[in-house]
Design a protein around this ligand. Structure first.
Ligand SMILES: [Fe+2]
Length: 266
């Protein structure tokens, strides 16, 4: 199918997306180019782009920006951008971004896939913030016990140790999860959540975590990439099952950082 047809498949089924405003578009590449295969990857890092080229695949379908701002404005004008841009062009790699569509895609989009990956019982008890934030209800459990459960689910995504803030014994039962950068504490509070799962790109300590601590609401903060990787698996599966003529391979990226421990002082 043509690359323009890939974008159109998603936009034509997403009435929540404003075509004039959305970042879901062809970032680089010829709309009329025929493609039969693609790689789905959360963020088009230079490493991911090289991996796609090594696989001999001409289309990368991604969720986040390629050139470090939400709208991928004028990459040629950005300092130190020439090498990445030149590599993409030299290898004739096309990049399609599916963000606004997939964030709120019913049942399998980002927050749905994230809730399922965390083992939270569906369907969500409440959906807020235009679909970006969900509340899942569980039997009351001490916060640390719940956090250990969550870490067991984030470990396979590359994040076995998670940041928690809150008293270990606080009982939690109304769990708020969100979509990447859409993890607003006011929305969680409005949904009656008593435990908030945040991300490192969507929340700040001073603004969000401290607010929750002052209210006695425990928080868990995970990597943005960790939280959206399950949604990339569902996107690849969706393309394979629903987009005629296009086969997708999922390039797993997961947690984007490493933890380093102190060296022995002696
Ligand atoms: Fe995101």
């Amino acid at each position: 199918m043509k690359i323009s047809g890939v974008v159109e498949h998603f936009l034509s089924r997403a009435d929540w997306v404003d075509r004039d405003e959305t970042v879901d578009r062809i970032i680089l590449g010829d709309p009329d180019k025929d493609v039969g295969r693609c790689v789905v990857a959360w963020i088009p890092s230079f490493a991911a782009i090289r991996a796609v080229v090594e696989r001999g695949v001409g289309l990368l379908v991604c969720h986040e920006p390629t050139f470090w701002d939400h709208f991928d404005h004028a990459p040629q004008a950005k300092p130190r951008c020439a090498e990445k841009l030149g590599f993409i062009r030299r290898h004739n790699l096309s990049i399609v971004r599916l963000h606004d569509t997939w964030d709120r895609w019913p049942e399998v989009g980002i927050p749905w896939a994230w809730g399922r990956a965390l083992g939270l019982p569906g369907p969500p008890a409440e959906i807020g913030n235009r679909g970006y934030q969900h509340r899942y209800d569980i039997d009351p459990v001490p916060f640390d016990e719940f956090a250990h459960r969550i870490a067991a689910h984030t470990a396979p995504l590359g994040e076995p140790t998670i940041e928690v803030d809150g008293a270990p014994e606080t009982l939690v039962s109304k769990i708020g999860i969100g979509t990447g950068c859409a993890v607003g504490v006011p929305a969680y509070l409005g949904m009656g959540c008593d435990c908030c799962v945040l991300t490192n790109d969507g929340s700040s300590y001073w603004r969000d975590v401290q607010r929750c601590q002052d209210l006695g609401i425990p928080t868990i903060t995970v990597d943005h990439g960790t939280s959206e990787e399950p949604g990339m698996a569902t996107l690849a599966r969706y393309i394979n099952e629903q987009v005629d003529g296009l086969a997708a391979e999922h390039l797993v990226q997961g947690c984007r950082f490493r933890l380093v421990e102190a060296a022995d002082a002696g």
